[in-house]
Write a protein that binds this ligand. Structure first.
Ligand code: FAD
Length: 531
């Protein structure tokens, strides 16, 4: 018997981090969605570890911040990035990141960057997504084909467990199938951008208390430098015993089974440290962005839309930003108040962010690869010491931008001219329209950011009731949800720069002013994509 057609407002294809985050964004707004994932559980070979402060702010909004912190590296584990010739060799450069990790917030966010690998993050996102009755998540469902009309998208999928074919009719599809997306390819959208591809192998290794077997101290990211350059790294996954041991080179990629991982690991970690290799995987890295983020009723998000080298840890973080942008826009459209221009604004807003992040990853990767140490870099001689000092200084000059990207994480989104200055490493708070609204504590555990999420929020710092009343009337006329929050703290008023600041559901500033807007209806119409 033929299976009945499944109808859903939104079909999310791919239940990795970005698909699950998109489901949470929709589920939390009571928008039904169907998520299909071809595998039977979240991936078990480690990939992303670095969750930046913005991603942690999303986790906080989704009620998942505590779960991530509990699964992440212990609060006292240092997020140090180290360059050395080997754990029992010579140190070349070190950068400390005191604002990362720990259980306390950073000065510019109610959350701090955390180290929590996807092998733990994805199950937390999955539990978050399935906590909503309106999210229907199916594992072992494989997307096969898609066709769309002006009104809907028709997808064929195979239920791998039952070997049964299904048709799903959705008003919108979000392609979250990652780097090998069959959907973006089928729709003929190309990736473009950076030069070439690098070939990588990563071994998942257990090495308990590795730091007891060397004198370099604890570090989150360890890059090993040899006469050939920087070609191996060791990434701490849990701050305890688990690591991703990275090897770069086509010779490794082409023949992963032939790699003597224990030998290579001993070369960098020494003979005495006990360890076990859990699994070995291979992957390629490219710095590219999709030419389009939307084809008709289909949107691309996460690795399906952009790929970057993991230098600076931006892939997943950028993808979570995509999910929070498309999420509220789909919800607004399906709830009836989003205008015809709202969904197209997803590409207009998110593609430039991806282009910026991908370009940064490319620069940082080139910077790493461009380091050509002299042969004596590993020698215990005055010449060796000088080579290490020179290289250390060169690396240190570029390190901050590689490992500290608070500006890039928190000050995104372009808006009207003149834009405030942008910095990769340093975040400069602003309420310039388009940027993420700044964080300030309102009480011990309550941040300004905790006020945002459901609909639009108007922060009113002045007693004047006219501007809120006029905006409320205009929002009500168009059926757009708006909450007014009166705030009296002069320090928060100073940070927010204007008496009235209107914030979007995703926490980005929509409008600001010191008095009543002349034409509040035109503001609402612009913000809901109907201008
Ligand atoms: C070694 C490494 C280290 C990294 N480190 C970082 C880091 O520190 N920080 C960071 O931000 N990023 C990092 N990244 C990047 C990060 O892993 C990716 O950006 C992220 O996983 C993208 O998430 P996604 O949900 O878009 O795609 P994925 O996680 O790849 O999920 C896609 C999902 O779609 C499913 N799927 C595919 N095809 C189909 C189909 N036909 N039907 C149904 N389901 C399908 C797949 O099974 C998969 O579960 C790293 C990547 C690598 C490889």
């Amino acid at each position: 018997m033929k299976n009945p057609v499944i109808q859903t407002p939104v079909l999310i294809v791919g239940g990795g981090s970005v698909g699950l985050a998109t489901a949470i964004e929709l589920g939390s707004r009571n928008i039904p969605c169907f998520v299909m994932e071809q595998s039977d559980r979240p991936a078990e070979h480690p990939r992303a570890t670095a969750l930046n402060a913005r991603s942690m702010e999303f986790m906080r909004r989704w009620g998942l911040g505590d779960a991530i912190r509990a699964a992440a590296a212990p609060p006292d584990f240092p997020h140090t990035a180290l360059y050395c010739t080997g754990l029992n060799g010579f140190e070349i450069a070190k950068v400390e990141r005191p604002d990362h990790g720990g259980s306390r917030a950073s000065s510019v966010s109610p959350e701090g960057a955390q180290r929590c690998n996807q092998i733990w993050t994805d199950p937390i996102l999955r539990d978050g997504a399935t906590s909503f009755d309106c999210v229907d998540l199916r594992f072992r469902w494989k997307f096969e084909a898609l066709e769309q009309t002006d009104d809907l998208v028709r997808v064929t999928a195979l239920d791998l467990a039952r070997d049964e074919r299904h048709v799903i009719e959705a008003q919108y599809v979000v392609d979250c199938t990652g780097a090998h997306t069959p959907i973006r390819r089928a729709l003929g959208v190309a990736l473009n951008g950076g030069e070439g591809m690098t070939y990588q192998v990563s071994a998942y290794v257990r090495a308990p208390n590795l730091w007891d077997h060397h004198a370099m101290g604890k570090a989150a990211l360890i890059n090993f430098v040899g006469p050939g350059g920087i070609w191996r790294n060791l990434v701490s996954l849990d701050g305890r015993q688990l690591y991703r041991f990275g090897l770069r080179g086509k010779e490794f990629y082409d023949n992963p089974e032939a790699i003597d991982v224990p030998k290579l690991f001993r070369e960098v970690a020494g003979e005495k440290a006990p360890f076990e290799v859990i699994s070995v995987g291979r992957w390629t890295a490219r710095n590219v962005v999709a030419d389009r983020y939307q084809v008709g009723r289909v949107f691309f998000a996460g690795d399906a839309a952009h790929l970057n080298h993991p230098a600076s840890g931006l892939g997943l973080n950028t993808g979570l930003g995509d999910a929070t942008n498309i999420g509220w826009k789909l919800a607004a459209t399906l709830s009836g108040w989003g205008g015809a221009g709202l969904l197209p604004s997803y590409e207009a807003e998110r593609r430039p962010i991806a282009a910026r992040n991908v370009a940064h990853a490319e620069r940082m990767n080139k910077n790493n690869r461009g380091q050509k140490p002299p042969a004596e870099i590993v020698d215990d001689t005055p010449e060796g010491a000088q080579a290490r000092k020179d290289m250390g200084e060169r690396i240190a000059a570029a390190l901050k931008q590689k490992f500290v990207t608070d500006g890039l994480a928190l000050a995104m989104q372009t808006g009207e001219d003149p834009a405030p200055p942008e910095s990769i490493s340093d975040y400069i708070p602003s309420t310039y329209p388009g940027v993420r609204a700044p964080h300030a504590w309102l009480s011990q555990d309550r941040s300004t950011l905790d006020l945002f999420g459901d609909g639009f929020t108007l922060l009113a710092f002045a007693q004047d009731n006219e501007p809120p009343a006029r905006l409320q009337a205009a929002f009500a006329k168009r059926g757009v949800p708006l909450r007014v929050e009166a705030l009296a703290d002069p320090a928060v008023r100073a940070l927010y720069e204007r008496d009235f600041v209107l914030v979007r559901p995703d926490g980005h500033v929509a409008w600001r002013g010191d008095g009543a807007p002349a034409d509040p209806l035109s503001i609402v119409d612009r913000l809901r994509g109907a201008a």
